[in-house]
Design a protein around this ligand. Structure first.
Ligand code: 48F
Length: 259
């Protein structure tokens, strides 16, 4: 078969454009393709929700690829093993209620599960702002990460979404931009983002789940962003809380979409 570069180019442009156009009105827009965002996307897509993840980097996976300090294994406690089993990820018992899994297998399987369930990834895309109507977030303002990195003066585009999830990890970027630009009250006891505290895995893992909630109308926090919003601790390379947080936010939003 003779290969025609123009046909290759046309196929990519047409397919990508169709995918993007079909994602202009989402049920759920997820910011950040780390473990919590990807787990939320898998669960929502499996429930038939129209969901897309916007990820700044070329690679998806956030902090999961690197395990702990680039030793690419992760630890999951008893409560999180169910989710790895559901996805068919190999888990090894490390004793005393600790389990390990290959960080690369976890990341790639999560990503593959998102796609197979019908969720979409838009990588190399930075979410720089939100759209607010009647004091509720109604969508994301996006641009190519390359535009941001190069400091080019190029206006963004917009994605409409019924709900948004901030799963941007330690940076809590979506909630930060909402707080900064709208001067709005964030749903914490101080009305502001409280900021992340130093390492304490045991407490942090539990609070991650408790802190997974709506913090601004139509915007939820999941994963490390949940703890950073509510002033809880970081936890390092133990990932049960991240996965369970993704599952929880998906369940809450799915219920609201039914209403
Ligand atoms: O940090 P990250 O992996 O988020 P997470 O799901 O998991 C945290 C763990 O990896 C680890 C931990 C373990 O227990 O504490 O740190 O909470 O992934 C966040 C992703 O969001 C992307 C970022 O590149 C990363 O891949 N991201 C951050 N800000 C933006 C963004 C933005 N404004 N637009 C698009 N993507």
């Amino acid at each position: 078969m003779a290969l025609d570069e123009i046909k290759i180019t046309r196929a990519i442009i047409e397919r990508f454009t169709a995918k993007l156009c079909d994602s202009l009105n989402l049920d759920v827009a997820i910011v950040g393709a780390g473990p919590s965002g990807m787990m939320a996307a898998v669960k929502l897509a499996q429930k038939g929700r129209k969901v897309a993840i916007f990820e700044r980097k070329l690679s998806i996976g956030g902090g999961m690829w690197g395990g702990g300090m680039m030793f690419n294994e992760i630890v999951v406690q008893e409560e999180g093993v169910r989710l790895l089993n559901e996805l068919g990820i190999a888990v090894k018992n490390a004793g005393d209620g600790y389990y390990t899994a290959d960080a690369v297998e976890c990341t790639t399987t999560l990503a593959s599960s998102v796609c197979k369930a019908g969720g979409r990834f838009f990588n190399c895309v930075t979410v720089e702002d939100v759209m607010v109507r009647d004091k509720k977030v109604t969508g994301l303002v996006i641009n190519w990460s390359a535009v941001d990195i190069a400091g080019l003066h190029v206006d963004p585009l917009v994605i409409g979404s019924r709900f948004c999830i901030d799963s941007t990890g330690h940076a809590t970027e979506l909630i930060n931009v909402i707080q900064r630009k709208s001067g709005a009250t964030i749903m914490t006891d101080t009305g502001k983002i409280k900021g992340e505290r130093s390492m304490w895995a045991e407490v942090a893992e539990n609070t991650t789940l408790n802190n997974t909630k709506e913090v601004f109308p139509n915007v939820y926090v999941a994963g490390m962003a949940a703890n950073a919003t509510f002033g809880s601790f970081r936890m390092g390379p133990i990932f049960g809380g991240m996965l369970l947080s993704g599952e929880k936010v998906a369940e809450i939003i799915d219920e609201r979409l039914k209403g």
